[in-house]
Design a binder for this molecule. Structure first.
Ligand code: NAD
Length: 263
């Protein structure tokens, strides 16, 4: 398949070969896209460079999404390198580890602001610049989680940030739709990644969902990548402002199957 032949995608949030962004990058590469990568902190360069090599990607730029000058720099370089782009992938989130354990009620003011800035506002900041490089329209996609809608133990402030992120998707979709730019989110089930490891009890979360989803398993990075491919290709040309679940059906459950050893 060459669903993205002739299209250029900028992917933010690649940390290593466990990243959801890597699942997306592979699916896009297999479908003919030209890719550019951006990573968050200098220490990740040594992990990201070999991955870029694997997919023949020669546009690899650092960008801390809390810094407008970093964001401007990446998009200026992208404009010089590609002229225009067709796809923006936002696969970025962060909250202090203290805020991803224990009780949400204890969230500090600065922890709240940081989580919302990096995990939600950054989509708006990237969309501002990316839309200027999409004269022929395009597709933007971000990653969210069910903790935006329902309270999930330890997800805490990240759930609040994801709620803001999903609302941002709808407002961006409304604003950018007239320019032919679609904006969507994938709500992924839990997957073992660097970011996920920061959530207290994550291994138990993985086990809990794998035993209870309608499909009795968890999802993986490649399944997110394939759905991202659909959402960023012309196959989904009528879809915008949407949150698409790739969670083996977990979110449809009103009550999970009670354990068999219950009376
Ligand atoms: P990951 O650790 O591989 O990716 C998170 C990325 O965010 C990293 O590349 C990190 O460098 C980047 N980042 C953090 N702070 C940044 C900053 N200030 N500037 C720029 N980049 C920054 O983990 P992942 O699980 O692949 O996460 C990708 C996205 O998927 C996140 O939005 C996450 O919330 C979401 N998500 C993950 C899961 C899961 O279970 N893994 C489930 C649903 C949604």
């Amino acid at each position: 398949m060459n669903l993205l032949e002739g299209k250029t995608a900028l992917i933010f949030g690649l940390a290593n070969n466990k990243s959801i962004a890597w699942g997306i990058a592979k699916a896009f590469h297999q479908n003919g896209a030209t890719l550019g990568f951006s990573y968050g902190i200098p220490q990740l360069e040594r992990r990201v460079m070999p991955l870029a090599g694997d997919l023949n990607v020669d546009f690899v730029e650092p960008c801390d999404v809390t810094k407008d000058e970093d964001i401007d720099d990446v998009f200026n370089k992208a404009e010089k390198r590609f002229g225009s782009i067709d796809i923006l992938i936002h696969s970025v989130a962060f909250a202090k580890q203290d805020d991803l354990a224990g009780r949400f009620v204890n969230t500090s003011r600065d922890g709240f602001a940081m989580a919302l800035d990096i995990s939600a506002y950054s989509l708006v900041a990237l969309a501002q610049r990316a839309s200027g490089l999409m004269p022929a329209g395009g597709s933007m996609l971000t990653m969210t989680y069910y903790g935006s809608e329902k309270a999930i133990p330890h997800y805490n402030v990240m759930g609040v940030a994801k709620a803001a992120l999903e609302a941002s998707v709808r407002y961006l979709a409304m604003d950018l739709g007239p320019d032919g730019i679609r904006v969507n989110a994938i709500s992924a089930g839990p997957i073992k990644t660097l970011a996920a490891a920061g959530i207290a009890g994550f291994r138990k979360m993985l086990r809990y969902t794998s035993e209870r989803t309608p499909m009795r398993r968890n999802v993986d990075q490649d399944e997110i990548g394939n759905t991202a491919l659909w959402l960023c290709s012309d196959l989904s040309s009528g879809i915008t402002g949407e949150v698409v679940y790739v969670d083996a059906g977990y979110h449809i459950l009103g009550m999970p199957e009670p354990p068999e050893n219950w009376e």
